[in-house]
Design a protein around this ligand. Sequence first.
Ligand code: AMP
Length: 280
Amino acid sequence: MRIVLLGAPGSGKGTQSQRLVERIGIPQISTGDLLRAAVAGRTELGLKAKEAMDAGRLVDDSLVLGMFRERLGEPDTRRGFILDGFPRNLAQAHALARLLETLKRPLDAVVQLDVDYAELVRRISGRRTCADCGRVFNLLTSPAAAQNGPCPKTGAPHRLMQRPDDNEATVAERLRVYDEKTRPLVDFYRARGLLRVINAEGAVNEVTRRLAQAIGAPLRAPPVRPKPTLKRVAGKRAVARKHPVTTARGKSAAARTTLRAPAKKSAVRRKGAKARAKRR
Ligand code: AMP
């Protein structure tokens, strides 16, 4: 399945993409994430992109298209992909159409996530991202337990950071750029019979359900992340024991490790002594 998520900053493209990745098992391609990684890695592309990103403008098409082509060439995209934040203007939409036509991998659907302007601003102000695993949270809506982790990359609590371009002035410019450059894609994809529009306000689970329905994807339950159950018995040398865990899809071969106290040596010795006495 090949889909594009279209929507203003804060409409939930990143959050919903991550949920689709878990539930339908195809990768997310977020040009924003790729660009942020390039900036963090101080690559040539990152250095060129940084100024536009900090100002809330679009990064040059030639840079974004080169980066996107490279990502699309990776083998995991053969099963399909969810495009998050790409295309962002008509030139990119035409370039994407040409590229996918050459590859004979046309889009299945483009979903516009519809969210009211005031709600977009509210969501962006509460948005935080884990600096290690990249998972997106919202201080206003994510449960505290989820925000506190553990992070699947480090095992420690998530390190929540605010994106530098989520400040008030940059957000206003990003919303203006969306209206001017990205909104015209709604008509572009409607004319090609690919557009679906969903109400992306309300509970996150409900939006995921509407999205899955719009793309006709059977949702599988998200993986159950077992709470750590490690138990150390005070004062005893603990040994590791592995046993299977149950996931939403039944018993899995995955094993988790619990710690239990070793059998008491003295008790074993006592049993042996009794048996010897009987024999005598
Ligand atoms: P996002 O994470 O999608 O909100 O993107 C963050 C920033 O990265 C945007 O404000 C742009 O500066 C840049 N960016 C992301 N995707 C694109 C794109 N397809 N074309 C141009 N610039 C982009």
